[in-house]
Design a protein around this ligand. Structure first.
Ligand code: NAG
Ligand code: NAG
Ligand code: NAG
Ligand code: NAG
Ligand code: NAG
Ligand code: NAG
Length: 440
């Protein structure tokens, strides 16, 4: 694709001092729409504080504020029911469904009608910032998804994710070099235009602490050039090494439409430096010794401490089944969900991302399962064979959805829709639960 036909706006220098200057400059300037909104939010916070002190005047004032706030916040919403009986709304703002570029199952219209956003993962970026498809299969799967997403019955926004675990090695070099960063931005815009995609997700796994300013500056450059396209980023779990150190969350949150939190893969059949127990893919709470912070709650508490815009965050929902072989006794007495494994050549054996369809084809039964109350997750252990399976169930999904509702996070991202079973069991549960207007 020819990206030079898209002249891009001047981009910010990625040096940290200039970035800081720009940061302080922009925080005083209110010409930018999104910054305007921050200004407005700051103002409304002050107003609310005053209201709190005034107490008696609170009701009258808040009614007025809501009308004004709604007008600024919604922009294109029609004002019908502002103060009286608001129509019941789903508590999930977003259901983002990820599609891989290599599963064998194709996307379906039925799935897309249940999503707010479909996210194709991943588009690759080369050392010069140019985007490309991994291979023909990837392109074919993308086009098939794109064609279905364009169906009017779907009302879904199609996005592509750039990078990912296996193609993030060039972010550092590309973002630090102004001309390559320009190339990357114009290549992205060309891609979105050419394929009629609604937006892009940036999945850099993960910038280091010294790349924090480069990343923030890049996200602002991209945002400036990307309107009216959507922009999201994928952010790491907290509590593992220094993975969150490259993200200036409170700054980034002002420039993206939402953030996908990769709060999973705390335990898996692979070599790693944190020991080798088995455990849930995405435990809501708890952990084992040395891994007490390896859970969703710890990660989301971290993000809550960084910003107040919690409804911009999506919690990950894994659909796949994770399998280990050579699994032995519990790591700690009474915590049967965390078990030791025997290593072979320093590796644990198993299948880290097995689609539900494949699990079924290979004869794995997903019942009867054992529930672990502390981590709110389910697992199956066959002592004779030494195999261990873990995956989301209605009960673990309900626990996550209740958590999301209680803490006011805005949405979920499903990893991945094409690894769900033929009946879209996980997707359907999320959709029915998230769009239910009943008290649960
Ligand atoms: C608002 O209502 C008017 C009149 O009913 C309609 O033409 C317009 O499309 C609506 N705008 C939005 C954003 O729904
Ligand atoms: C897709 O790619 C990932 C990563 O390379 C791999 O682990 C997985 O097995 C692949 N899935 C299929 C169905 O080929
Ligand atoms: C659009 O979606 C509807 C409902 O799922 C389906 O019947 C129809 O075949 C789709 N059209 C195209 C062109 O895919
Ligand atoms: C990147 O650009 C350099 C200089 O133009 C070129 O030599 C190299 O082949 C390019 N790399 C790719 C992957 O296209
Ligand atoms: C396993 O890891 C240990 C410690 O890192 C190392 O000394 C040993 O060579 C490794 N063995 C194999 C087979 O890779
Ligand atoms: C899908 O639904 C059908 C009909 O209810 C059922 O017979 C089948 O077992 C389900 N498949 C899975 C994998 O749950």
């Amino acid at each position: 694709m020819d990206s030079d036909e898209n002249p891009i706006l001047p981009i910010r220098s990625t040096s940290s001092t200039l970035y800081q200057n720009l940061k302080s400059f922009f925080s005083l300037n209110s010409s930018d729409a999104s910054l305007n909104e921050i200004g407005w939010k700051k103002a409304s916070t002050v107003i609310l504080a005053v209201l709190f002190i005034c107490g008696v005047m609170a009701l009258a004032f808040s009614a007025i504020i809501w009308v004004v706030y709604d007008e600024l916040d919604g922009g294109n919403r029609n004002q019908t029911t502002t103060t009286t009986t608001p129509s019941p709304t789903p508590y999930l703002k977003r259901i983002v469904g990820v599609y891989t570029n290599n599963e064998s199952k194709d996307s379906t219209n039925v799935q897309l009608e249940k999503l707010t956003h479909a996210l194709f993962a991943f588009i690759r970026m080369d050392e010069n910032g140019t985007l490309y498809f991994k291979n023909e299969k990837s392109k074919h799967r993308f086009l098939s998804l794109r064609n279905k997403a364009m169906n009017e019955t779907a009302d879904v926004k199609l996005m592509v994710s750039i990078g990912g675990p296996n193609n993030a090695q060039f972010f550092s070099g590309v973002l630090k070099d102004e001309s390559r960063q320009r190339k990357f931005i114009s290549s992205t815009i060309s891609f979105l235009k050419q394929y009629k995609v609604h937006g892009v997700d940036i999945f850099w796994k993960w910038p280091s602490e010294s790349e924090k300013y480069v990343f923030s500056a890049f996200i602002k450059n991209l945002r400036d050039n990307l309107n009216p396209y959507l922009l999201s980023i994928t952010v790491p779990p907290a509590g593992i090494e220094h993975q969150t150190f490259g993200f200036d969350i409170d700054d980034l949150v002002q420039h993206v439409d939402f953030l996908n939190v990769y709060s999973m893969d705390y335990y898996g059949p692979w070599m790693n430096e944190w020991g080798t127990p088995t455990g849930p893919i995405a435990p809501l709470y708890s952990g084992v010794k040395g891994r007490e912070e390896f859970n969703l709650d710890y990660t989301m508490q971290y993000y809550s401490s960084q910003t107040r815009q919690l409804d911009n965050f999506n919690i990950i929902i894994p659909t796949f089944v994770r399998l280990w072989e050579q699994v032995k006794d519990a790591v700690e007495p009474g915590r049967d969900v965390y078990r030791n494994v025997i290593l072979k050549d320093n590796m644990t054996e198993g299948d880290a991302y097995m689609s539900r369809r494949l699990a079924e084809m290979e004869g794995w039964k997903l019942t009867p399962l054992t529930w672990d109350e502390q981590s709110k997750s389910s697992f199956i252990y066959y002592p004779d064979e030494g195999t261990y399976l873990t995956f989301e169930t209605e009960r673990s999904l309900k626990a996550k959805m209740d958590y999301l509702k209680e803490k006011h996070f805005g949405g979920v991202w499903i990893w991945t829709v094409d690894m769900d079973d033929e009946n879209n069991t996980v997707l359907n549960f999320i959709r029915d639960f998230g769009y239910s207007t009943d008290e649960i």
